[in-house]
Design a protein around this ligand. Structure first.
Ligand code: B3K
Ligand code: ZN
Length: 876
């Protein structure tokens, strides 16, 4: 397969001004006619260049130039292109193709889900619909006409504004849509189906009324209130914070159950995975509610950062994705608990992006090459990309950041831009030199930072020396120092913030100060101090780095006192990590180990600290996860991590049993349901207590509490928290509770996904056999991405103990599923394969077993480009 390189970017030889599309949708397929109004690009050098249109899996049935059928000598068709020669400077091209949406299992292009038609065109899906210049720097005005059976497909949607609907007789009807904003093909969308709409409206700050519609399958329309609220909140937030107003008169969201990812920002017609639209108290957890809110916001925010200003080429993907993730994170921080939002985002970055950056498919946020672009919708491009935008925001401050955004829009609205354009706007508007900072765009890997401190009592001077280094990543053996924002606080012995005053400066106010680390090694001297301060480093996680372990007494102090909530949480996590890893080493050496009693006492003090937010306490009293711990080890001890972490949790539960029970009761609220930060926090804390109490196997009261909550709770949050305890407990009631849950929810696919995921993440012996049996369950299918992920990725990403079973059975199981999906849905197959590539830090036995499965995949016939790229890079 061919490698595509950023360095090879060329301007297009032709431009498309307008596209007139007509779809005839039938039960046996679809006919697409396209009229392209085109001209040669004056900016390219070759005035005689042939026109090379992209197209795949298309049957060409007609082609005409300026209204005249084109002779066979004027064009050629191969598996991926339609090439037309001898074209004039300006012309129209009419192209007719036949496609087979009902047979399309890849979920890109036009396909069917639950009997309805829908599209997914990003990144290169449009070429599965018609021949086109399917690249994001071709911006054209679209009109779309859809003809279909009226009874089966009463709703016909596309981008922009509806211009007419006509009954054609014979049971068929036609709708025409017009999108006034030029757009790249990846933002095209079409939906035809039997759907119901929930409608609302939003008045923009300039007084325009926007109609809002969320379409779902009949029956699901009762679960869209939360998404609608989130949409209106996003629209208001984007006006307030960025000055961005919505630009069409209609904004639509359609929920579909078969979707490869979360959602898609098509102009005026977002298409969503049902999992990210539907939410009700009975069927969705608080986490689901928050994800719905943030993804609705994310897709809406793309209207400016992505659609109005799009990407010149796919290497620039982080231009829209990193920026839009940063925007949705900030929105969620404003809507919910800001510290907990930051904790959640950093947890996620560490859980999914750090391992990627340290593994075989590590790449910079602006990659330099790819085989299949769909493989680059990664945690690096998205989550690390968001951290890069956040660092700019931190370095230049919110006001200058906003000026930078204004300048970016003033310069590039209506264009296809690059990451460089964005940084240049930030640089010019802020007057800050970002030359060095640009390395974040081109350098992969997570920087590691070592900090040393010293205290000069006589001078009252405290010094910090920071050293940064980034390890080699594939294709990048040597790394340069990065420009790293270093947010710092200095605390006195009582835990109060001191002024952070660099030597020679006038005294600033007490609190966090943002400094710039720009060299491999750099020293900072602080003056005006009466005694040695306690440093709080990289507050708020001011850069996506790994900080070397700090002294334990410092961590314990910060865990008790830091005024920066993120760092307070972080200190507890780092302390726990040190303790647990010590336990893992002790276990390996056959020695006794117990969780430090002081640490347990600190958890106890947090549990009922009235000054703290419940959601924060829930986060701060949870031990770091198994995958995070694994990421801190040179050679991962799979069983050791699990055993020690469980022993530590049991020690906390045993020591704090009565306090946990009291916290449980104090936060067990039976008032009316809402998803306010306060209510969500209470449920989180209550369930944090429950997850500890549930470990007390011989405690009849605790077990009764778990069972009662599993059977009788009124919210999915509470039911699932109790089921998560039972998942890992081998008690007779377990099977019955799971069965009852299935029986109750069998008609709610999103809840049944939870049922599969729950069982796939059990730590009980025999879990892999149980998972294999579940693949034969009548409700299981690989064809639905949510269902496939619920069982398979939950094992591979959420159950290290069983996925990494020493006999290699977990790896073989994953490879089986990848091969089963390879042909039908290459995108999904490649996605679920990723964990198999993380063999580098396992013991030799596991390494060999993982590599053997990669080899097995690579040896399979007809490997898709998607799977080939991930498997080959993972094996290297
Ligand atoms: N832009 C889409 C992702 C498309 C993925 C294509 N494989 C959703 C989003 O990031 O908003
Ligand atoms: Zn996005």
């Amino acid at each position: 397969p061919r490698t595509i390189r950023l360095a090879d970017y060329r301007l297009p030889d032709f431009l498309i001004d307008a596209v007139d599309l007509a779809f005839d949708l039938r039960e046996d397929g679809a006919t697409v006619t396209s009229r392209l109004t085109m001209r040669r690009n004056p900016a390219t050098s070759d005035p005689a260049a042939p026109l090379v249109l992209d197209g795949q899996d298309l049957k060409l049935t007609g082609i005409a130039l300026d209204g005249e059928a084109l002779g066979a000598n004027r064009y050629t068709v191969d598996a991926e292109h339609l090439t037309v020669t001898d074209l004039p400077g300006v012309f129209t091209l009419d192209i007719t193709t036949e496609i087979a949406p009902q047979q399309n299992t890849t979920m890109q292009g036009l396909y069917t889900s639950g009997g309805n038609f829908c599209t997914q065109c990003e990144a290169e899906g449009f070429r599965h619909i018609t021949y086109y210049l399917d690249r994001p720097d071709i911006l054209a005005r679209y009109t779309t006409t859809i003809v279909a059976d009226k009874a089966k497909y009463p709703v016909l949607l596309s981008n922009g504004n509806p211009v007419e609907t006509t009954d054609l007789g014979g049971g068929r009807h036609r709708a025409k849509w017009e999108d006034p904003f030029p757009k790249p093909s990846y933002l095209f969308a079409l939906v035809a189906g039997d759907l119901v709409a929930v409608e609302d409206s939003f008045t923009t700050r300039s007084g325009r009324d926007i109609a809002l519609k969320i379409f779902t399958r009949r029956g699901d329309h009762t679960k869209v209130d939360h998404a609608m609220r989130a949409l209106k909140a996003s629209m208001a937030w984007d006006e307030q914070v960025y000055g961005f107003e919505y630009d069409l008169d209609l904004f639509m969201i359609v929920a579909v159950s078969d979707f490869n990812m979360g959602a898609m920002e098509n102009k005026g017609l977002n298409i969503f995975n049902t999992a990210l639209v539907l939410a009700s108290r009975e069927t969705a957890t608080d986490g689901d509610f928050q994800r719905v809110e943030s993804v609705v916001a994310h897709e809406y925010f793309h209207n400016w950062t992505g659609n109005r200003i799009t990407c010149r080429d796919w290497f620039q993907l982080s231009l829209k994705e990193g920026l839009t993730v940063f925007r949705d994170q900030e929105f969620s921080g404003d809507m919910n608990s800001r510290p907990v939002q930051r904790i959640t985002d950093v947890r996620r970055l560490r859980a999914i992006q750090f391992p990627e950056d340290g593994g075989p498919i590590a790449h910079p946020i602006r990659p330099e090459s790819y085989i299949e672009i769909n493989n680059f919708y990664t945690p690096t491009v998205y989550e690390k990309g968001a951290e890069v935008i956040r660092m700019i925001h931190t370095l230049i401050g919110p006001e200058r950041y906003r000026k930078g955004m204004d300048l970016y829009v003033a310069r590039h609205d209506g264009q296809a831009a690059t990451c460089e354009n964005f940084v240049a706007a930030m640089e010019d508007a802020s007057g800050t030199d970002l030359k060095l900072f640009r390395r974040w765009y081109s350098q992969a890997g997570t920087p590691e930072i070592v900090v040393e401190d010293s205290w000069d009592d006589a001078a009252g001077r405290y010094s910090l020396t920071l050293r940064q280094s980034t390890g080699p990543t594939p294709g990048q053996p040597d790394k340069q120092p990065l420009h790293i924002p270093f947010a710092l606080g200095l605390l006195d012995a009582q835990g109060r913030d001191l002024p952070v005053r660099l030597a020679g400066e006038a005294a600033p106010a007490a609190g966090t100060r943002v400094l710039s680390l720009t060299a491999a090694e750099q020293r900072f001297d602080f003056d005006g101090l009466a005694a040695r301060p306690v440093p709080s480093l990289f507050r708020g996680f001011s850069a996506p780095i790994k900080l070397a372990p700090q002294p334990r007494d410092r961590l314990a102090f910060l865990f008790a006192h830091d005024s920066d909530p993120f760092n307070r949480w972080e200190a507890g996590q780092q302390l726990a990590t040190q303790l647990l890893l010590e336990g893992v080493a002790a276990r390996k050496a056959g020695q006794d180990w117990r969780l430090d009693a002081e640490f347990v006492a600190a958890i106890g003090r947090l549990l009922d600290d009235p000054a703290l937010d419940a959601a924060f306490i829930a986060e701060a009293t949870a031990l770091p996860g198994e995958s995070f711990l694994a990421d801190q080890m040179r050679v991962i001890d799979v069983e050791g991590i699990h055993a020690v972490r469980e022993a530590a949790r049991l020690a906390v539960a045993t020591a704090l049993r009565d306090r946990l029970l009291a916290v449980y009761r104090a936060n067990d609220d039976h008032g009316p349901f809402d998803v306010s930060a306060a209510a969500v926090g209470k449920r989180a804390l209550k369930n944090a207590a429950l997850s500890y109490l549930g470990l007390l196997r011989d405690d009849a009261e605790a077990t009764a509490l778990v069972l009662a909550q599993a059977r009788g709770a009124q919210t999915m949050t509470d039911v699932l928290a109790a089921l998560t305890v039972l998942r890992d407990r081998d008690i007779p009631e377990r099977a019955q509770v799971l069965q009852d849950f299935y029986d109750r929810w069998q008609d709610e696919p999103l809840v049944i996904d939870k049922w599969f995921a729950l069982q796939a993440t059990s730590s009980l012996p025999g879990t892999l056999d149980a998972i294999r049996a579940l693949t034969r369950h009548p409700a299981f299918t690989l064809r639905n991405p949510n269902r496939a992920r619920a069982l398979i990725s939950s094992l591979a990403m959420g159950n290290p103990l069983h996925f990494h079973a020493a006999d290699g059975a977990g790896y073989a199981f994953l490879a089986d599923q990848v091969l089963a999906l390879n042909a039908a849905n290459p995108q999904l197959a490649a996605r679920i394969l990723v964990p198999l590539g993380r063999w580098q830090r396992h013991d030799p036995g596991r390494q060999a077993a993982m590599q053997a499965q990669l080899d097995r995949i690579l040896a399979a016939p007809d490997l898709s480009r998607d799977v080939y790229e991930i498997a080959a890079k993972s094996r290297a």
